[in-house]
Design a protein around this ligand. Structure first.
Ligand code: SF4
Length: 194
C-alpha cells in the first residue's frame, strides 16, 4: 500500500482525527481558491500561546488565536470515509504541505521522519520518502511558513492600532489580499492603501 494511503488507513493516528495544526496562509488560500470557498468555511481557531508566531491578534488585542483546518464529528473536515470504510483525504494534492510530505518532518534541513502521534501500524523510515520531492516540498514549506509569520506579524501590528473590533474573517480577507500581492510581486495590502 502506498505510504499516504496507509497513513489514512491507520485508525490510531491523531492528525486527521484532530485536523492539521501546521497549516500556512498559502495552504489556506490555495484550498479556498480551488474549492471556491471562503477560508472561514473550512478553518477554525484555537487559543494561541503568547510567543506563537502564528498567534493572530483579534478584538482589539483581547484574543490571540491560531488558525487550523476545521474539525467535524470524526476529525478533519476533509477526511472522508468511503462506503467500504476506507479513509482518505478529500483534498488530495491540495492538502496542506505538512500533510502531503508525510512521513517527513517539517523541520528545516535534510528530510527526517516525523513520528505520527497515535500511529503504531508501521515504523516509518527514510526509505519511505522520495528524497527529491520531499526536499522540494520542504523548500516550499519554509518559504510559505516565513511568509505566514510575516502576514501574522503585519496583521497584528494593524489590529493593535485599529479602532475597530477586527475578527478572524477580517484577518482572512487580509490574508487573501497579502497572498495575491505575494504572487504578483506587489507590496503589502496596507502599503497599497496608505
Ligand atoms: S487535510 Fe487531509 S491529510 Fe490533512 S488532516 Fe485533513 S484529511 Fe488528513
Amino acid at each position: 500500500m502506498e505510504a499516504r494511503a496507509q497513513w489514512h488507513a491507520c485508525r490510531a493516528k491523531a492528525r486527521c482525527a484532530r485536523g492539521p495544526r501546521q497549516v500556512t496562509g498559502a495552504d489556506i488560500v490555495r484550498i479556498s481558491r480551488t474549492l471556491a470557498l471562503e477560508p472561514w468555511h473550512f478553518t477554525e481557531t484555537a487559543p494561541a500561546i503568547a510567543d506563537d508566531p502564528t498567534g493572530i491578534v483579534l478584538d482589539k488585542g483581547r484574543r490571540r488565536v491560531f488558525l487550523k483546518i476545521a474539525n467535524a464529528t470524526n476529525g478533519c473536515v476533509f477526511s472522508i470515509r468511503t462506503p467500504s470504510g476506507a479513509r482518505g483525504c478529500g483534498l488530495g494534492d491540495l492538502a496542506p504541505v505538512s500533510c502531503r510530505i508525510f512521513p517527513a518532518d517539517t523541520k528545516d534541513g535534510a528530510p527526517a521522519i516525523r513520528r505520527e502521534p497515535g500511529c503504531d501500524c508501521r515504523e516509518w523510515t527514510l526509505e519511505d520518502l522520495d528524497q527529491e520531492a520531499v526536499t522540494e516540498a520542504l523548500r516550499t514549506w519554509s518559504a510559505d511558513r516565513d511568509h505566514w509569520f510575516e502576514v501574522v506579524e503585519r496583521w497584528n501590528a494593524l489590529a493593535s492600532e485599529s479602532a475597530e473590533e477586527l475578527g478572524i474573517e477580517d484577518f482572512q480577507r487580509y490574508l487573501l489580499e497579502a497572498e495575491s500581492a505575494r504572487e504578483t510581486g506587489a507590496g503589502w495590502p496596507e502599503e497599497a492603501t496608505a
